[in-house]
Design a protein around this ligand. Sequence first.
Ligand code: UN1
Length: 514
Amino acid sequence: MSSAVLTKAKETLEQTVSTPAKPPVFANYIGGQWVAARSGQTFENRNPADPSDVIGIFPQSGAEDIEAAVAAASKAFEQWRLYPAPRRGEILFKAGQLLMERKEDLSRVMTREMGKVLAETRGDVQEAIDMCFYAAGEGRRLFGHTTPSELKDKFCMTVRDPLGVVGLITPWNFPMAIPSWKVLPALICGNTMVLKPASDTPLSSLLLVQILEEAGIPAGVLNVVFGPGSTCGEALMANKAVKLISFTGSCDVGRRVNEACAPTFKHVSLEMGGKNCIVIMDDANLDLAVDGAIWAAFGTSGQRCTAASRIIVHKAVHAQVRDKMLARMKELKLGYGLDTNVKVGPVVNEKAMLKVLEYIEIGKNEDKATLLIGGARDTAAGPGWFVQPTLFDNVTATMRIAQEEIFGPVTALMPVGSLEEAITVANGVDFGLSTSIYTKNINQAMRFQRDVQSGLCYINAPTIGAEVHLPFGGMKNTGNGHRDAGQTAMDTFTEWKAVFIDSSDTLQRAQIDN
Ligand code: UN1
């Protein structure tokens, strides 16, 4: 491999935290080697705030690169599965320390690559740090249980086995946090893996891999292959040696993942879309609720699975909430996320921008909905893919902008007359990721959390703010019953084995001899 390829986290950071004269070249990481795509093809990684800024050149890999990575992971599994989990944890702990030391540069690179503002990329890196320490500690737990036997002198326990080789397909909106939710639990549980990160944000995921390598993950345990889902993702899903695909992304792709994994009976963990809502009741602290709504609707330019794209507001406070939202939205400065005055960055690419603008048109054509503010591309903010924060009013439950995931800085006020109606509207969508209610009435809050159909539920806090030691995922079309993060991730990345030890020296037949 030519010396131009950047393979170490430190030099990668040095060369990408500002704009070098020539964009650096990166490689796949397979079996501990840095290798170009077999085809020799590459793609460019560009800054969404300024598409003329090329951040790096990445391998455009194909099925043969995936095959090589799966073979390397299969070979490494034989050793890694026997490596004591507390020792695996020490490597993850070291990786957490390295991430902490380099957090600022990692965040700046991520803003350049993905677009979200610096405060948020710092949060993204912090989430990976948190996950390193959480997963590292899990190396000394990974609990099973012991339980009595129905027979004398017989001992029963459960232990966790790693699955083997797992395939991890990750999105661009949390370019380090979401890979960390999958890679780190998979590692601590003793799996080996192939990571295929989104092509919009390969660098932040690569930096996580380089740091894990520096921390001491052995060759072949963690492999990364860059390239499109249509070739790399499909090859990973078709490979018989891969035991699980963990995917975060759109429902359409998630459905395809489910289908593609069925013939080989792979485990499939899916985390997909959301149509999240914040309910603002008439007794709420309205300033707090509006703060939450602004953060949840326009943070990450609305490109979170957990973004609040529906603000269900009690009629008695509708006008006040509307006016407060409008006042706050006028202050939201759009621009390059490295400028600390900027509150909202670009959306990730041109296609994403066009989709958001199309949804705004759909909203404008709804009979009763009114566009209150925003609604267009913002070319004054910079040469990139900037969309003005947009607010619709008087949106009703069946409108497309109230049903479909927009994944951009667009939200909708939906007036309702009661808590019952709010819950009906909240549940009246195909998704079930995150919901929130602002009220001072504990009884209303308790009813809401009891009846709302979502994997995350916040009381007097916005729809975003998940923490790594709790399960992350959703009901209905948002997922397929699995959860990222928390103890639940350890369940995703292990198989249960029930172990029975008979010390009676006789044949004891369960169900017959007791
Ligand atoms: C996502 O939106 O895909 O709670 C992940 C949050 C973040 C994670 C979001 N910690 O919004």
